[in-house]
Design a binder for this molecule. Structure first.
Ligand code: PSU
Ligand code: MN
Length: 319
């Protein structure tokens, strides 16, 4: 990687992440919308730290991403996390919003899409999020498709997740990813998971249980000249999972209420997540906390396996 990346005028690295990248240690990028919009203060601080610790437990260095003072923060300190968790009104920044927020110099909470933009510039090949965005229910009339999906077609980053959020249309989300040629690998499961639920009811196109094989498949995708993402999915732990039929009833009710309230655009996902949390008396919030941690830990393991694989390839090439 060139020195240019480390001195990029749009990136502000933490010392730890900068050192990790320079010395070839595995790094996992993380989003900040889940901190600023996903959970109330101070639960969001505790969860953000637990997510980072889970990446470490997996064997990699966490790099939580956000925007402030006209730059992407690549690796938040605890003080940064506290500020992003407690400052009210931080805008949710997706791909289209990045240039304006950078130009204005204010704070921005990055979604999956905008975190991938930053991770790629920073040279971080792994990212973790419990639930990616996708095709919203009713998209055939609203045309609400998360920019996360479009960003997967543009960013050369491996994305570890527990599938897409249950509030979305997961069948259409899979169709979109198939059309765009984004590989999906289910780790130790047959189905595409649904965030709070073990299965979306849809089979995953591929299953690989071996971590080195996953690293190899990711590299194959990029060797072919693709500059898009590879998705690796892993379901929520069985003991924290919510039954699909149960959560469906609640999601359908929340969707009706969202329509009555005229909720559209970037507010739709946070509105639905909150409504479902209230209707289940916090059960989905608890599931959310479990799944953010399990996906972060797996991402830590896979990023480490990927770094080991690359090092072995390089030594083999030299020999
Ligand atoms: N978690 C939450 N609320 C959110 C998100 C996560 O509890 O709003 C964000 C994620 O950052 C994800 C984004 O990338 O929602 C997708 O939103 P949209 O459908 O507006 O693209
Ligand atoms: Mn949208």
């Amino acid at each position: 990687m060139s020195q240019y990346q480390y001195q990029h005028d749009l990136l502000k690295f933490s010392d730890e992440v900068l050192d990790a990248l320079k010395t070839g240690k595995p790094v996992v990028a993380l989003e900040s919308t889940v901190i600023a919009h996903g959970l109330p203060y101070p639960d969001n601080v505790a969860t953000a730290i637990k997510i980072e610790n889970a990446v470490r437990a997996g064997g990699s260095i966490p790099a939580t991403i956000g925007i402030e003072n006209g730059k992407f923060i690549i690796g938040m300190t605890e003080a940064d996390i506290d500020r992003f968790a407690s400052t009210p009104g931080i805008p949710k920044v997706s791909s289209r919003d990045i240039p304006i927020i950078l130009a204005q110099g204010g704070m921005g909470a990055t979604t999956v899409a905008s975190s991938l933009v930053a991770a790629e510039i920073a040279g971080i090949p792994f990212f973790a999020s419990a639930g990616i965005g996708g095709v919203h229910r009713g998209a055939e009339t609203s045309m609400d498709i998360s920019a996360d999906l479009i960003q997967f077609t543009r960013s050369k980053v491996a994305v570890v997740c527990a599938g897409a959020k249950s509030i979305l249309d997961l069948g259409l989300t899979l169709e979109y990813l198939e059309t765009q040629g984004v590989p999906i690998i289910a780790h130790k499961s047959d189905d595409f998971p649904a965030f709070y639920c073990i299965s979306s009811g849809h089979r995953s196109p591929h299953r690989l249980d071996d971590e080195e094989m996953i690293a190899k498949a990711i590299e194959m995708h990029w060797k072919l000249g693709n500059s898009s993402s590879v998705l690796i999915t892993s379901p929520i732990r069985a003991e924290d999972a919510i039954d699909r039929e149960q959560v469906e009833i609640v999601i359908k009710q929340a969707a009706l209420q969202a329509e009555k309230d005229g909720i559209r655009g970037p507010g739709a996902t946070p509105y639905m997540m909150k409504a479902v949390g209230l209707a289940t008396e916090g059960r989905t919030v608890k599931a959310n906390m479990s799944v953010v941690i399990s996906t972060a830990e797996l991402a830590g393991k896979l990023a480490k396996a990927h770094a080991t694989y690359l090092n072995r390839q390089r030594s083999a090439d030299k020999a």
